[in-house]
Design a protein around this ligand. Structure first.
Ligand code: GLN
Length: 267
């Protein structure tokens, strides 16, 4: 979304309100190169899809060797943009700012983001593209292995994530929120935390990185519920949702999605 487009929309709205027969509204939207439906999205008026992410969540998003955000989600949204005929620009920001930035700084967000009812009050979600569950990371010699063991413990997580919301509900737990999950993991390794709660795939990446010190336990063992990742979209922008979902479906049908899964997630 760009300022130019907002003024184009305002002009079109004024025009429609004041003058009858103002028939040029469709042509005020610059061609996105994509299909007609996508071009109707206010977010795509400038032909650029500006996508928020938080590149601290391997293998879904991280800073790659080039110094730029990389990972499954980044590859996926670029492939979606290509199908839609729009340029994709990635904005790396804190996870906790992603939802609020949609509609102002960004057009959407892809960040291993779980669909939650709370978030659905502010944004719409695409069709979901990945199943997840929270995992519990603990020191190798820890006895923690079921929900009761977390009571009263010092637990790290990433601020504003579903892991953070889970810790809020654990009796007497001390909730330590970090902007970067890797900082929580470092504090676990250094003995400042009893556990870290983080999504399954990043948990596995962190566990491998610190394999001598920590182990990763499936949150299902703690009663944590299944989660689903989806792309967060501006509320009410049905044209964008339709275009993103159509592109996602095409990528699933033509095998690109599975190729990205094996390239980035299940090696
Ligand atoms: N899936 C979690 C959530 O949506 C964490 C996402 C993340 O840290 N990038 O809250």
């Amino acid at each position: 979304m760009r300022k130019k487009m907002i003024s184009a929309i305002l002009a079109a709205a004024l025009c429609a309100g004041l003058i009858t027969g103002c028939g040029t509204q469709a042509s005020t939207a610059p061609a996105s190169g994509g299909d007609g439906a996508a071009a109707q999205s206010p977010a795509l008026g400038d032909g650029v899809l500006t996508v928020g992410t938080n590149a601290e969540f391997p293998p879904f998003e991280y800073i790659g060797d080039s110094g730029q955000p990389d990972g499954f989600d980044i590859a996926l949204i670029k492939a979606i943009g290509e199908k839609m005929g729009t340029e994709v620009e990635i904005e790396n920001m804190e996870f906790d700012s992603l939802v609020a930035s949609i509609g102002s700084k960004t057009d959407c967000a892809i960040a291993g983001m779980t669909v939650t009812e709370e978030r659905q009050k502010s944004v719409d979600f695409s069709d979901s593209y990945y199943d997840a569950v929270q995992y519990v990371l603990v020191k190798k010699d820890s006895d923690i292995d079921e929900a009761d063991d977390l009571v009263g413990k010092v637990i790290g997580n990433q601020l504003g994530t579903t892991g953070d919301f889970l810790v809020e509900d654990i009796e007497n737990a001390e909730n330590r929120q970090y902007n970067k999950p890797v900082d929580a993991v470092n504090d676990l390794v250094n003995g400042r935390l009893d556990a870290v709660i983080v999504d399954q795939n990043p948990a596995k990446v962190f566990q491998e990185k610190f394999a001598d010190d920590i182990k990763a336990i499936d949150g299902a063992q703690f009663g944590f519920e299944a989660e689903k990742y989806a792309i967060a979209l501006p509320k009410g922008d049905a044209a964008l949702a339709d275009a993103v979902n159509a592109a996602l479906k095409e990528l699933k049908d033509d095998g690109t999605f599975d190729k990205l899964v094996s390239e980035y997630i299940e090696q």
